[in-house]
Ligand binder design. Structure first.
Ligand SMILES: Cc1cc2nc3c(=O)[nH]c(=O)nc-3n(C[C@H](O)[C@H](O)[C@H](O)COP(=O)(O)OP(=O)(O)OC[C@H]3O[C@@H](n4cnc5c(N)ncnc54)[C@H](O)[C@@H]3O)c2cc1C
Length: 287
């Protein structure tokens, strides 16, 4: 039978780490799911001067976190969640070829500080996708676009190029390296995604390119795209003080719940969410 975790924590930043660490310390059977521990944003600070008992740059901050993670034995499962779905009083989480089940979930997926491209939100599920592995096959032989946020996503764009007839790749970084001949590189990000019932075109420098779909390949999967039915307020998940959301057993922590975007707030919310998940599990057991 498929393993059912007590708690699945999605997101590899400090909020996700604090939730996983707390879950472990509480003796919960946990899954911590993210492409990497302490990614770009945890490393981003020039100098961290507002986190208790730490002073140094982002790299030193990450190194301190990694040292603690190793010492405490907090295991990370390296995968990106594509979807979180309610099922039989719990949740299943799809991540590429893998599926995980958990009684509770903590979403700690951060926010995209660059914000949405115009039309990105409107056309989600109607030609806009965040998952090449999930939706790429829908565009066999078609012309599509991919907004490739960093070189780490070039492999996913190449995968799309192996299916689609042509992929217009928008790259907001220097010197992209693609091998596929059907990839057309554009500098920067598009201004808008437009269409009718579905995506029809992408706009850049007031010029339009006809495309059937647009993939946004980036670190942060918007919460609305990850979990249907979750109450959000723009980029943020609406939470109560204990991290609970409108979905029973689903909690959220860190930047994804709103401002201030700071390490200490994210870590604190991760801890609270794990405690709240345990309380939820105990209440269900005693029913
Ligand atoms: C340049 C810069 C400097 C900063 N300096 C400071 C500072 O000095 N002090 C301070 O307090 N704060 C600072 N911050 C803010 C701080 O970085 C954030 O508040 C903090 O990183 C939030 O942590 P988080 O865990 O909520 O989100 P994030 O750190 O954004 O982590 C989210 C994680 O979730 C992962 N993820 C997203 N989608 C999925 C998915 N579908 N499946 C699995 N994983 C997923 C991402 O890969 C990422 O690793 C700074 C931010 C920036 C950009």
């Amino acid at each position: 039978m498929e393993k059912m975790y007590d708690i699945a924590v999605v997101g590899g930043g400090i909020a996700g780490y604090a939730a996983a660490l707390t879950a472990k310390n509480l003796g919960l059977d946990y899954l911590w799911l993210a492409p990497e521990a302490f990614g770009e944003k945890t490393r981003a600070a020039e100098y961290v001067r507002n986190y208790p008992a730490f002073s140094g740059d982002g790299a030193a901050f990450c190194s301190a976190l990694e040292t603690q993670r190793t010492r405490e034995g907090v295991a990370l499962t390296r995968a990106r969640a594509d979807g979180v779905f309610a099922q039989g009083g719990g949740y299943f989480i799809s991540a590429g070829q893998s599926v995980f089940s958990a009684r509770t979930v903590v979403l700690a997926t951060g926010v995209d500080l660059k914000g949405d491209v115009k039309g990105e939100r409107e056309f989600f599920g109607r030609g806009v996708s965040y998952c090449a592995a999930c939706d790429g096959a829908l565009y066999r032989g078609k012309t599509i676009a991919a907004v490739v946020s960093s070189p780490r996503y070039e492999e996913e764009a190449e995968y799309l190029a192996s299916i689609a007839a042509r992929v217009h790749c928008f790259c907001p970084y220097k010197e992209p390296h693609f091998k596929a001949e059907n990839i057309v590189v554009h500098a920067g990000v598009p201004e808008a995604v437009e269409g009718g019932a579905r995506v029809e075109q992408i706009v850049k420098n007031h010029k339009t390119l006809l495309v059937s779909g647009v993939f946004f390949l980036k670190d942060c999967t918007p919460a609305r795209a990850l979990c249907g039915g979750l109450e959000t307020d723009g980029a943020h998940i609406v939470t109560n003080k204990d991290g609970s959301t409108n979905l029973p057993g689903l909690f959220a922590a860190g930047d994804v719940t709103g401002t201030p975007y700071q390490y200490a707030k994210a870590a604190g919310e991760g801890l609270v969410a794990a405690y709240s998940a345990r309380k939820y599990l105990s209440a269900r057991k005693n029913r």
